[in-house]
Design a protein around this ligand. Sequence first.
Ligand code: PMP
Length: 425
Amino acid sequence: MNNQEISLRRDSAISKGVGMQTQIYVERASGSEVWDVEGNRYIDFAAGIAVVNTGHCHPKIMAAVSKQSEAFTHTCHQVLPYENYIRLAERLNDKVPGNFDKKTVFVTTGAEAVENAIKIARAATGRPAVVAFGGGFHGRTFMGMSLTGKVAPYKKNFGSMMPDVYHVPFPIELHGTSTADALDGIAKLFKSDLDPERVAAIILEPVQGEGGFYPAPADLMRGLRALCDEHGILLIADEIQTGFARTGNLFAMEGYDVASDLTTMAKGLAGGLPLAAVTGKAEIMDSAQPGGLGGTYGGNPLGIAAAHAVLDVIEEEDLCNRANELGSRLKQRLNEIRSRVPEMVDVRGPGFMIAAEFNTADGKAPNPEFTNAVRAEALKRGLVLLTCGVYGNVIRFLAPITIPDEIFSEALDILEASIDAVKGA
Ligand code: PMP
């Protein structure tokens, strides 16, 4: 079967609601490389959307999963618990930023972590409302999509959103919105629409992911912390895309001088197995009734075993420093390209969570056509890239942090040739 034949079958078998970035059907993957059913090889700068930060099929992670699968694969932790679940919680309680006692709950997906963070915040505060940011992404469940700050495609045709969710502008200097504007937006909201005493939580991504790889400025984070402290609101850091060495720290919040009360994580946590978690202040985490949190697969043994190995690999292979090293090489190369490609209006991001934004050549309007053409050209040449951004005019670079130098150089050459090809077309 070739890619095209499988694609045709997909069209008649799979809901159109599941979007597609490529028509490449994977046969195997290793490190930063993927091979499709036709034997074509690709360099993977998507990493399953920031999931395999530790590379595809890292031998240590595979060995941990295989060892666990020989022992047992599922008992449901609420029924017959297992020690490595507790130990992983202890490791996360220790590593998640915040100088206070912490507790953790494991779930299965990022959206589920967000759902649970909001449930916990509501239970802890006895308040219903949540404030989120325009352009933010928090998942596709009802609360997840309600919190997400983009209508199409995430909320379109899906009816009423959850009540008591409010959006304020996210500061993006490039688009003319400052931190002061964002904080002013919240002040106005609290004046005109929403009593701050009804607010359970403010949620944000330390670096907006799907929304376009915009880092939250340090003064925004400080301002939000102060506002939360003033009104008894909880601050939730959604680290689902930023976590696990991607930003040059294990968690992006390590780069700020204030801590969140609750942290959501998923993706990179278990290197490709479905595992997610909420970690936060112990007394807040304890506010739900026994049985109010959890799920059949939450903290599945295979995911837990993989996550232990992921944390070990990040430490042993010094992946936080490696992320910074790779990110600065990528930024340097992008900035060189930018000096002769006026469409590339910005190169940004911490660690190895880098993006390039593209506008029309006069710099005035978002240019999703150019962006998408670069993505398609790179794919033809064997490099898988992802776009993002509210206007679809950002390329985000999410290669595994374990990528070897030679493959990284090869990928940068493909990237440059692809941009040149589109520019010359
Ligand atoms: N929050 C953030 C910041 C994300 O990037 C994502 C996934 N892109 C989610 C939540 C939802 O995670 P999942 O797809 O695992 O439900």
